[in-house]
Write a protein of this length. Structure first.
Length: 181
């Protein structure tokens, strides 16, 4: 079982967050995804992540990258299983991906991280540049996720531009189409 916790929009007190985390841990999920708004702005987030990790639960972080500070990078890469940087604001997303890539270079093992463009409503024109250029500048980039809203032909075109080492998925209503790396 996987659980998604909208931790940022919930705006819970620290004690209430600890209570909810304990309840989620008791459900024994394989993975907890922390998202909703900007989870990195939530006070006590790293303590919550540690609780899940200590319980043997994988943590996925969904972030815009807007609140990512260089001092957070190592902790996130070491404590999360996956970091999904949403492309809603390309400027923030690119900054976050670059910070994560620099941090990953300094670690033996780290979270898989990449660009989540599944919810993108604007900036379609920047996806081509990202796949053709920027993705090659991020040697530790693990994935790029698109949605079917960009159209199957354009999705295939973007997949062809991306580095072969990057896992490219196109999320559809029923399934994911994956290019094996």
């Amino acid at each position: 079982m996987d659980i998604t916790w909208d931790v940022a929009h919930a705006r819970l007190s620290h004690d209430r967050m600890l209570h909810v985390a304990g309840a989620l841990i008791s459900m024994r999920p394989e993975t907890v995804t922390l998202g909703g708004g900007e989870p990195l702005a939530v006070p006590g987030l790293f303590e919550i992540v540690d609780l899940f990790r200590e319980a043997g639960i994988d943590v996925v972080l969904r972030t815009s990258g807007k609140q990512l500070h260089p001092s957070m990078v190592r902790t996130l890469l070491e404590s999360c299983t996956r970091i999904e940087v949403c492309a809603m604001s390309f400027t923030h997303a690119m900054h976050a991906l670059r910070l994560l890539d620099i941090g990953a270079t300094k670690l033996d093992t780290h979270a898989a991280f990449g660009l989540d463009a599944t919810g993108i409503r604007r900036g379609f024109d920047r996806l081509e540049e990202f796949c053709a250029t920027t993705a090659f500048e991020l040697p530790n980039l693990a994935f790029i996720a698109f949605s079917e809203s960009i159209g199957p032909d354009h999705a295939q075109y973007l997949q062809s531009l991306a580095p072969q080492s990057v896992r490219v998925t196109v999320e559809t209503a029923d399934t994911s189409v994956v290019r094996a790396s």
